[in-house]
Design a protein around this ligand. Sequence first.
Ligand SMILES: [Zn+2]
Length: 616
Amino acid sequence: MSEAELHFLTGRMNGAKLAAAGRGELRFPLPVGLVYDEEGATIIDPDAEVAAAVADVFSAFRSAGSAYGVVAAFKGRRFPLRAYGGTWAGELRWGRLTHARVLNILANPAYAGVYVYGRYHSSRIVSPEGRISTKVTELPRAEWPIVIFDHHPGYISWDDYLANATRLAANTTNAGARPPREGAALCQGIITCGSCGRPMSTRYHANGHPAYECSASRADQMATKTCRSIAASSVDDAVAEALLDALNPDEVALALAAADEVAKRRASRSRASELAVERARYEAERAERAFLACEPENRLVARSLEARWEARLELLTEAEKTFATEMAAAPVLPGRAELEALTGDVAALWHARSTTPKDRKRLLRTLVADVTLLPEPDFAKARIGIVWHSGATDEIVVARPLRVTEYRRTDPAAVEFARRHANLSNTDLAELLNAAGYLTGAGRVFDNDAVASLRRYRGVPQPQLLQDGEVTVADIARELGITNGAVIHWISRGWLFARRGLNDQWCIPFGPGVEAACRERAARSAHIHALDSTEPQAAHELTVGEVAALLGISTNVVYYWIERHHVEARRGSSGRLFIAFGPNVEAACRERVALSVHLEAAAHPQTPRHTRNEAV
Ligand SMILES: [Zn+2]
């Protein structure tokens, strides 16, 4: 078959293919979640688990709003994958849903019931080295050659598809503010996470400081315990130091000695060629002299002498050519002094302002093959592995500046210790921790507050507060529909027995007899039992704060008056106290203020007032 015939056939095949595609009949491997039925129509995968997994990708993206969110939602759940391998019926396998797969699914119009042909354009490119490779590019939506809407049942609508694409594009813009490769991060592109083996990416913080991040593992929820993000300067400074160290005078002296050796070898080789030329020239001259000395009438001898001279001349040309080639092939070696000056200045050169980050990277990469952030459980350290192009390796451990949340973290051993003795009071536990030699994250000894914050933030449980038959103030308040403050008031008056438990909290033995007495008291004291009125503040009513402001006294005084029934108040909506503050009441209050020289002393009622809502 001729070349032309082949070309024609391919053209006809492509034409037929295009026609079939135009009708939406050209089949190609479907993405997972869609299959061909017996008639060749595209349908949603009848395997319910597969269909549900695909549908959940779209709903997860709807709620999470990012592909990373979808990956997180699928953590621990398997996801169907279909092997693309030229065969229609791709084998169904199960695996992990990766970030890249989520992006592919969201971008595939097939899930919106749309038939698209020509979403990808492939072209052959010939590299300058003569290698041929196929480059596949995704065409923008507007350039898709064949688009058939409502071609088959989909998981989402076309509008959903477009909305997803818009949302994804917006997400990418956030991350897309990556500076070009000229960025200051020295190890960008050559640093790998030694914990999970993935390349680390470079991210620039808002303040311009770059950091290396093991983001690929995080995106795919594959991050190991020691995968981390690290300030680029922590790594760069160490690597730069190693680099400059490698170029220090001692190392350079060794390199120069080697260079001298090379120069010497080269000189001896070219000297040999030079000698060969000299010898050839001498031979040629001798042949010439012999020819010239020959008598012209002795023609036969003369001819043979001439031939010999010519042969010698040829040998000379050859030797000269060899010498010239050798001299040309050897690149000019920089002089020793020149080299010394250059390497002596490397540090200065490295730090010079005129040296761009790109120059530094280039210099680094001429010597360093790659950099690895080795696994290091200690957050205060970073272990950096350097592989030199020479094959040598270096390992550097540097102290790493910690974030506040990292270095202010209490030693896990102390937390564990506290957890084992959680049932002590804060003060006792603090004493025990101090006795055991532990310090807080800030390096101080433990006290009540420090233990309280361990309980609050580090999951150290609260101690068992109550003994059998005991309840808390809040329990009683809830049970009787009164405020905590009312209960505390009863305790302070001695009407209700309570003991101070751990951390000074009230523990109240609450048997049936006590409960009945409490209920009776609550029913009797109308001013305590004010929670039933939920009327909002009326026009003639003022809050405690308003009364205090009006009279120029502390709110504590007003609470005290209410408690002593000098002023009547009701508890209204949202639990606030409202005082019917008519002219008579105001006059009485002002008189009381004027009369009370000990107002300040009396202004601190015994009933502790924790919050506004608890006051009686
Ligand atoms: Zn990692």
